[in-house]
Design a protein around this ligand. Structure first.
Ligand code: SF4
Length: 405
């Protein structure tokens, strides 16, 4: 402690040295905290429970930090029982307060187009409910299942495939009895070697509950591989606490993190992902291609380069699922191919995600690739490189079958 003199009549008093914040606070977020949450200490700001309790949930909250457009104001008033609004103060600090077209703001603040249903849109476009043998389990692929453990998220993405169930809008209940039934299903199906824990966002659950679920899953001999899907390291990086890390490292899970834009790759996110990587957790990203958010090559390149620096491997780039009211966020399928074409060969191979369309009606993920085979010339196959130039590769055509009399 430093000792300072306080004046002629007062004796020396002691003053604690300024406390180091328990987690990085970037300059941008610190300015936002001082401006909008001046009475909140850095320690409170870094407390993930405080962030969750103080999410921006309604017009009054949003108006505190954003200049809302007329459309945003009207839509928030009408949102009713639909996908709720929820933005952690930290995540809001990454958005432009004056621009409704700010990429992250577009993904979080509802607009009137959410109320229009276009052709081909559905509440459950992937047919997950039909592939659910017990509540909370989606069993579509032969050797793996999706295990939905919560309907709660730190933030609510306007394009969410599970908008029907997250934010407590649907009739989905997650409780101990349901977890037991889901675990029993996995236990009884020895073909299941891979479990993806999702929701909602599993990392919004307390350490103890998550530990309970993971311990039980890990006790099933045929479950070899456990993944967690989460946006929390992006929307609530303060959640990655020492206690969480010591719990999660013992379960040997992989984490798929939902990133959308380079603006998300902040010092806080570097710290969260760095700690996860140091704890031995392999990290991959999942990104949804959205109009006006990340639908051009330069924006995507900035994101994937940022991810590699944060030790996150870009994994999937998803075509936006046709949930009801998503037309304003969806891009043509060609846009995804164009982005992959603009990345493949133009940058590090590790930085290039796989572009997939999750087939409506339960067809599963279908990867799409730009066509690099330009044709054939005799015993050569013609290949197109990243720059569009054609090269010949020796590839003798199979000999015709012998015809015997
Ligand atoms: S974090 Fe994931 S589950 Fe939650 S709203 Fe966003 S996309 Fe949906």
């Amino acid at each position: 402690m430093d000792t300072i003199e306080h004046g002629p009549d007062s004796g020396p008093i002691t003053q604690a040295p300024p406390q180091q914040p328990t987690f990085t606070i970037s300059e941008r977020s610190e300015q936002f905290r001082r401006l909008h949450f001046g009475d909140v200490t850095p320690d409170q700001w870094n407390d993930w429970h405080w962030q969750l309790q103080n999410r921006l949930r309604d017009k009054e909250h949003l108006e505190r930090v954003f200049h809302l457009s007329d459309d945003e104001q009207r839509t928030i008033d009408r949102i009713g029982g639909r996908l709720a609004v929820g933005i952690t103060p930290y995540y809001a600090s990454l958005m432009d307060p004056d621009d409704p077209m700010d990429p992250l703001r577009r993904t979080m603040v509802p607009v009137a187009e959410e109320f229009f249903q276009s052709a081909g849109e559905a509440e459950d476009p992937l047919g997950e409910d039909a592939a659910s043998p017990v509540p909370g389990i989606v069993h579509r692929y032969p050797d793996r299942v999706l295990f939905l453990v919560t309907s709660f998220c730190a933030v609510y993405c306007r394009y969410c495939t599970r908008a029907r169930l997250v934010s407590h809008t649907g009739e989905y209940h997650f409780n101990q009895a349901q977890y037991e039934k889901a675990l029993a299903y996995v236990r009884e199906h020895s073909e299941i070697r891979d479990v993806l824990i999702s929701g909602g966002d599993p990392l919004t659950m307390g350490d103890e509950r998550l530990d309970w679920i993971l311990t039980r899953l890990r006790a099933i001999p045929h479950v070899e591989f456990v993944r967690i899907g989460s946006k929390v390291p992006v929307s609530l990086p303060q959640r990655i606490t020492p206690g969480f890390l010591s719990m999660i490292r013992k379960h040997r899970v992989w984490i798929s993190i939902h990133f959308m834009h380079g603006n998300e790759v902040t010092p806080e996110v570097h710290e969260a992902c760095g700690k996860l990587a140091d704890a031995g957790i392999p990290l991959g990203s999942q990104t949804v291609l959205c109009k006006g958010v990340n639908d051009d090559v330069l924006t995507m390149k900035r994101l994937v380069h940022g991810l590699l620096k944060a030790r996150v491997r870009p994994y999937y780039l998803y075509q936006c699922d046709p949930i009801i009211g998503s037309a304003h966020l969806r891009t043509p399928v060609e846009k995804g191919l164009e982005i992959i074409q603009g990345l493949r060969g133009h940058t590090t191979g590790y930085a290039v995600p796989t572009f997939v369309v999750d087939a409506p009606g339960g067809g599963g993920k279908i990867p799409l690739y730009p066509d690099m085979v330009a044709g054939r010339e005799g015993d050569f196959v013609l290949l197109r490189n990243y720059a569009g130039k054609i090269f010949r590769y020796p590839d003798p055509a199979p000999a015709p079958a012998q015809v015997t009399a």
